[in-house]
Design a protein around this ligand. Structure first.
Ligand code: ADP
Ligand code: TRP
Length: 323
């Protein structure tokens, strides 16, 4: 059974882009018989940017509720909160003693923000080391990531070589990178990539009224109702086609091309599709968010399992490095 590991930062309520591009495909991957997934909420990484306790806690619950609502199997897999396992900080320190300073200076996570060094905390500088600790603590074999995280994985692999070479034994397992190049690109309401940082997201967990309002706000051109329209250049259609079945997509395509079908109609169809397709998940999410005790129980259940593996690894590392 392959041990797959992935982390998700808790920086906000997951939006439709996060769902279609990351959460739903990862849960599907975890369903495969031959896979066992370690999936955690990287709330320690989130602290590099979020400094309000309530916001961080609420975001963590929100990400947890999303994964649970979309059906992550917590019996087969290990689903937990990063900060529940303090061993990760310990391993992170050990790893940092092997990570060349000059390499960290080249990390994108740091370089992207380094024009204004006064805004950079050393947590952000050490971000890749904590990420390596996340992976190595659980002896992960495969780490599925998007292109933006590839460099972090290369740092992790390099740390494994350095440490195993230094102590002349295989203390740490070298993970394979599984690049998901094909992940879909979900456009936001303004047509750019949907992202928290652009304020153009669709949040499916909001009330019907708010959800409908954000869908009605998707930018389109201003062709009149009766005119035929090109679905291939329309954001509403692009989002619809990422969610709907082939038949649903073809039907909407025809409506666009034959005319007498306005963008308001298309948006209404998208709204109805989201309500129909994700109705159960929306309900479950809101139920979980109003029962934090239940969420804690599920996260604690995962933490128990994660802790067992973490302790074994940390003991192995401690004894080799001389403690
Ligand atoms: P954001 O850009 O909103 O801050 P994150 O960087 O936290 O989102 O992304 C979390 C995960 O969701 C990543 O795996 C990322 O590739 C995926 N993701 C985010 N936005 C999109 C999008 N618009 N389309 C497809 N996948 C996305
Ligand atoms: N840095 C990752 C991101 O922003 C999140 C993350 C933290 C992660 N630790 C990880 C991903 C370990 C994979 C493995 O998307």
């Amino acid at each position: 059974m392959a041990r797959i590991l992935t982390g998700i930062q808790s920086t906000g309520v997951p939006h439709l882009g996060n769902l279609l591009g990351a959460i739903i495909p990862t849960i599907e991957m975890s369903r495969k018989e031959s896979n066992k997934m370690f999936a955690f909420i990287a709330d320690m990484h989130s602290l590099t940017s979020i400094k309000d306790g309530n916001t961080l806690r609420e975001n963590t619950y929100s990400v947890a509720a999303t994964w649970l609502a979309f059906g992550v199997d917590i019996e087969k897999n290990v689903f937990y909160r990063q900060s529940d396992i303090p061993e990760v900080s310990e391993l992170s320190w050990y790893l940092s003693c092997f990570m060349p300073y000059t390499r960290l200076q080249l990390a994108h996570s740091f370089k992207d923000k380094s024009e204004k060094l006064s805004d950079v905390n050393s947590g952000l500088f050490n971000y890749p080391v904590l990420m390596a600790a996340d992976i190595l603590l659980y002896d992960a074999e495969i780490v599925p990531v998007g292109k933006d995280q590839k460099q972090h994985l290369e740092y992790t692999r390099d740390l494994v070589d350095r440490i195993n070479h230094q102590y002349r034994q295989e203390i740490l397992i070298k993970p394979e990178i599984s690049l998901n190049d094909k992940t879909m690109y979900v456009p936001g309401v303004d047509g750019q990539k949907m992202s928290k940082s652009y304020g153009n997201t669709i949040n499916i967990f909001e009330s019907d009224k708010k959800l409908r309002k954000s869908i009605m706000g998707i930018k389109t051109d201003n062709l009149g109702l009766e005119e035929p329209k090109n679905p291939d250049t329309c954001n509403v259609f692009r989002i619809y086609s990422l969610i709907g079945s082939e038949d649903q997509k073809n039907e909407l395509d025809e409506n666009y091309r034959k005319g007498n079908f306005g963008y308001g109609h298309a948006k209404q169809s998208l709204y109805e599709l989201i309500c129909e397709k994700y109705g159960n998940e929306r309900e479950l999410y809101n139920e979980l968010m109003s029962n934090k005790t239940k969420l804690d129980e599920k996260l604690n259940f995962g933490a128990e399992k994660a802790r067992k593996t973490a302790k074994e690894t940390i003991n192995r590392v401690r004894s080799v490095i001389g403690y």
